[in-house]
Write a protein that binds this ligand. Structure first.
Ligand SMILES: *[C@@H]1O[C@H](CO)[C@@H](O)[C@H](O)[C@H]1NC(C)=O
Ligand SMILES: *[C@@H]1O[C@H](CO)[C@@H](O)[C@H](O)[C@H]1NC(C)=O
Length: 141
């Protein structure tokens, strides 16, 4: 029983530290949450770069964040969304999507399984072959 209680307490502690760290980091980095990297890389290289130097490829959870990305004045950039069914690079389950119809086209075994935001189309998203080299957006926290 003691060990169970200890486990529950430990879990609660870790959980609270996690939430605290997350909130702290968001406040700390707001509004500089996103970083534009102009060096062109394919999606996988971009992901590694972001994980090494920041947190991950951009997780864009709502229109406000899409506008924060847009304010960095990019043209076409990789974001952290990939594959069908679509997943975020950092494992988040955000369901926000901002497709530019008739996107998304990366379905049914198409090689277009990574996602870029196209700022010549108001920052709406398109699928691209992951091999394409493009500038990209990382995020912090
Ligand atoms: C993908 O495949 C499914 C089942 O084969 C089909 O119903 C659907 O229309 C296809 N989607 C596209 C975009 O081709
Ligand atoms: C990205 O580029 C690296 C290094 O050139 C290559 O090994 C990798 O297969 C490429 N990945 C994708 C998804 O295109």
């Amino acid at each position: 029983l003691l060990s169970l209680v200890a486990q529950v307490l430990l879990f609660n502690l870790m959980y609270n530290i996690n939430i605290f760290a997350h909130v702290y980091c968001n406040v700390l980095h707001w509004p500089n949450r996103f970083v534009l990297i102009s060096t062109k890389m394919n999606w996988t290289e971009a992901q590694s770069y972001c994980r090494e130097h920041h947190t991950d490829l951009a997780l864009v959870r709502n229109m406000e964040e899409n506008q924060m990305v847009q304010s960095l004045d990019p043209i076409e950039v990789w974001i952290g969304l990939f594959r069908d069914p679509w997943k975020w690079s950092d494992g988040s389950d955000s369901s926000f999507r901002n497709w530019n119809p008739p996107e998304p086209r990366g379905l049914n075994g198409s090689s277009e399984t990574c996602v870029a935001a196209d700022f010549s189309a108001d920052g709406r998203w398109e699928t691209l072959d992951c091999n394409v080299k493009s500038a990209f957006i990382c995020y912090k926290c």
